[in-house]
Ligand binder design. Structure first.
Ligand code: DGY
Length: 322
């Protein structure tokens, strides 16, 4: 690289990542950790050669197609790119990269955590104890449902879906069924593919979502799908909020059509549907799927590697749009 490219970094990142970015690039960044609004984002695309963004940034056509745009690459800190208008990026010749692989295990772990927390009523128990309402051990107190040996249905059998399948099958002796639009990438040990989503829904004790958010998957799980699940079944979503129709989910829970839900992602983050907040049979987490120190640092280093490769004219590993 000759003159150091300018990179706009939209959020504060782990210290080691910020330090490494400063070693390679001229960095523009806010001191505080507030997200950039639409105008500031558009300006970032005019000021910098690259924008390193996150899921909280809506990278709109206004950013990508403006005539004064300087940025030639958007390096996303995360695997999901539904917040980036990839069609506009493609049309404008802007490269988009993401950070797959490094967050697979932690996101899969969190899906299992939500399955257990929902079935074993961990949130209810913690709220009761913290509120000083715990009256001591008793044989019939807060009885939940066992995860071990149950049937798991996975929607979307990519890297994270497969990692969840392995944990469920090897760790919890679960029968694992899956429905996915994508063809197998290799062997899928311990997984039975089913032909239709409806066939999956009718058989599951736990439904876990691992598909990307696209126009095709918006509200993939809505009233008709929830009606096909058993009254004992629970829904877990660590993918994207848009995949579930939240209003329909609240209605299904209120009608006793399903037994509960464990959610890490929401349709209008950081706003959560009030109907979900009211319910005791729902476990709610603030988008923590990849939130470990190890993974967030690895995500940052992967975004950095994509940027350095791009500006050196080398092969960019994680191109979503070139
Ligand atoms: C991801 O990588 O997609 C996480 O949800 C954070 O964006």
């Amino acid at each position: 690289m000759s003159a150091r490219p300018v990179v706009w970094v939209t959020r504060r990142l782990p210290a080691a990542v910020e330090q490494a970015l400063h070693e390679h690039f001229e960095i523009r960044q806010r001191e505080d950790d507030a997200p950039l609004d639409a105008d500031a984002l558009a300006q970032a695309f005019r000021e910098a050669d690259a924008v390193l963004c996150t899921v909280t940034d809506r990278i709109s056509p206004a950013c990508l197609t403006q005539p004064q745009r300087r940025a030639r690459i958007v390096a996303n800190f995360g695997v999901g790119v539904n917040h980036i208008d990839v069609a506009s990026a493609r049309a404008a010749g802007v490269t988009v990269t993401n950070t797959p692989d490094v967050l697979t295990d932690d996101t899969a772990d969190l899906a299992i955590l939500l399955m257990l927390a929902t079935l074993r009523r961990a949130g209810e128990g913690e709220r009761e104890l913290r509120a000083g309402r715990w009256a001591g051990w008793r044989p019939t107190h807060l009885l939940g449902t066992r995860l071990t040996g149950k049937t798991l249905g996975i929607v979307g059998l990519g890297r994270i879906g497969m990692a969840v399948a392995q944990r469920a099958s090897a760790g919890f002796g679960m029968r694992v069924l899956a429905w996915s639009r994508s063809a197998p990438r290799g062997p899928e040990p311990g997984v039975e593919r089913v032909a239709t989503l409806d066939a999956l829904l009718a058989q599951v004790d736990v439904l876990s979502l691992h598909c990307p958010a696209t126009p095709d998957t918006k509200h993939l799980i809505a009233a008709p799908q929830l009606a096909l699940m058993g009254r004992h079944a629970v829904l877990v979503n660590t993918a994207r909020g848009d995949v579930v129709d939240e209003a329909a989910l609240v209605a299904a829970l209120e009608a006793g059509q399903i037994a509960g839900a464990g959610l890490d992602v929401f349709e209008r983050e950081p706003v959560v549907h009030p109907g979900l907040l009211r319910r005791d049979d729902v476990v709610l987490l603030p988008h923590l799927g990849s939130a470990t120190r190890e993974t967030r640092e690895a995500m940052g280093m992967r975004a950095l590697a994509n940027l350095t490769a791009f500006f050196r004219g080398e092969a960019v590993r994680d191109r979503v749009v070139s």
